[in-house]
Design a protein around this ligand. Structure first.
Ligand SMILES: [Zn+2]
Length: 284
């Protein structure tokens, strides 16, 4: 794995990719998880980062990472804060301590703030976000951030509690907010949303941000790319639009086209960026 990651640019056919955000533990993959992973590897996705979303998933993402040679992150997702408790924060603290020397544990995440989904208690989200930032800082780990209409509040938290950088995943903010994350040691995650021609702001960012600030991700099974999109009617009729990590190289073609890069160059640059912001990936 290490050799493959250090020689990503030898040929387009041999390009090696890192999916920096893949929920392989999700129930959507229960029927065929091994096949999904096999397809990803066959497509050249050498490594996946599996972020946890709740304390009850911690053992699961860790076991998956160890069984399949992947990386994982531990955290409580903002959409899971309504059901989360202080005991879950204590469990995160214990897990970070217990697995401190596990090279596959690469970050605290997925944590953050979601100001888009209605009905979430903002103060409660903030409390879990701040507490997890402090745990990441104390563990010396980067963080994987969920950003939805919340970039400024997330940045304020990062300025109060200096963590070792990380990734602002599925980034969809302004250029100014992007620059602020980069200044704090973050890369910005781009995935399926970038493949929609109407996603003008995301495509502009992908095209124009400094080359060292971009990483690729699928967020599988979510955020399907344009070619997997299903309308509300199609979904009502039972068609699904499950995203998988094997889509990453095709998603990367969009980034390559937006930047005027070759595919090997896109693989090499985004891989180098991922290894910089999640340094423990180098040990995989
Ligand atoms: Zn996610």
């Amino acid at each position: 794995m290490k050799a493959a990651l250090t020689q990503p640019a030898t040929a387009a056919a041999g390009a090696q990719w890192i999916d920096t955000h893949s929920h392989l533990d999700a129930a959507e993959f229960d029927p065929d998880r091994d096949q999904v992973l096999h397809s990803a590897r066959a497509a050249g996705v050498a490594l996946l980062v599996l972020p946890a979303v709740a304390a009850r998933h911690f053992e699961r993402v860790r076991a998956l990472a160890h069984a399949h040679g992947l990386a994982y992150a531990l955290g409580i997702h903002p959409l899971y804060t309504p059901a989360a408790t202080d005991a879950d924060l204590a469990q995160l603290q214990q897990a970070l301590k217990r697995w401190r020397d596990d090279p596959r544990l690469v970050a605290v995440g997925e944590i953050g703030l979601d100001f888009f989904v209605p009905g979430l208690d903002v103060a409660r989200q903030q409390r879990f976000y701040n507490a997890q930032l402090a745990l990441a800082r104390d563990a010396g780990l980067p963080v994987i951030l969920h950003v939805r209409r919340s970039a400024d509040a997330l940045l304020a938290g990062l300025r109060r509690c200096r963590v070792a950088g990380g990734i602002a995943h599925a980034f969809n903010g302004s250029r100014q907010q992007a620059d602020a994350f980069v200044e704090l040691g973050f890369a910005l995650g781009f995935g399926g949303a970038m493949t929609f021609e109407r996603a003008l702001q995301i495509r502009r960012l992908a095209a124009q941000l400094p080359e060292h600030s971009l990483v690729l991700e699928t967020d599988a099974p979510d955020i399907p790319p344009q070619w997997l999109y299903r309308s509300a009617e199609e979904r009502a009729a039972g068609l699904t639009a499950r995203n998988t990590p094997a889509e990453l190289p095709r998603i990367a073609e969009t980034l390559a086209a937006l930047r005027g890069w070759s595919l090997p160059q896109t693989a090499a640059q985004t891989t180098a960026n991922a290894l910089r912001v999640l340094p423990r990936l180098r040990a995989q």
